[in-house]
Design a protein around this ligand. Sequence first.
Ligand code: MG
Length: 270
Amino acid sequence: MSKVMGSSRRALGALAAVAGLVGVVMVLPGAQDPPWTSGIDWPKPEVIDPGSLGGPPSDAIVLFDGKDLSQWNGAEKWTVQDGHAVCGGNLATKRAFGDCQLHVEWASPAQVKGSSQARGNSGVYLMGFYEIQILDSYDNETYHDGQAASVYKQRPPLVNVCRKPGEWQSYDIIFRAPRFDEQGKLVRPAYVTLLHNGVLVQDHFELLGRSAYRRPPQYAPHEPKLPLHLQFHGCPVRFRNVWIRELPDDDGENLLAPLRAKLNGRSSKP
Ligand code: MG
């Protein structure tokens, strides 16, 4: 390239840059407008300590910290050793819970016995009625809506992210309890979101009713809060690091309602 041509290109480039800048300034819409705010008077989010990775945040209720099962009924048949508890009977929390975030770590037996539903079967029974299946689903075929991380007999997990037998696995569950009116009519179904080993496997799934083996799921009215159960299905499944956070009713939607109505009524043209 000649020297003359090179300097001409540089000059043109500089001109284009200036024109571009001017253009940007000229086309910026509403550059002088104040920033938009929603106008909603949001309450200040509470400050909590997240704790260690996987451990309980400061506002959690610790249900099992590896030492004892004093938070549970039915623990007589369980064994606590080496920081974990071995399943030996159905277990139910002494406290009752409704809407919650629940963290559970579990491990199916390292020694593989049985197949399908007879291998490493247990379960997290939310409110004692709604089962998130625990099963050794590593290279173990069974019906899809009965494998690990399924909502039992209602919805298979989005993926099978089960670890090998004997390895520790985590469930992080976000549960919204069903709502019944005073006549016992269902006014809002239950919803569950589940992360298995950190992977999303149930995404705000609307439950069809109580879990059952020999009949379809169906709702029946119950109290707003009930104990959480861990199922015994004849398998020595191990548990550790179990904690729960009670979730308040989400009033965010009420606060957002006027803004939603305003935005929905707005023309789609900018
Ligand atoms: Mg089960």
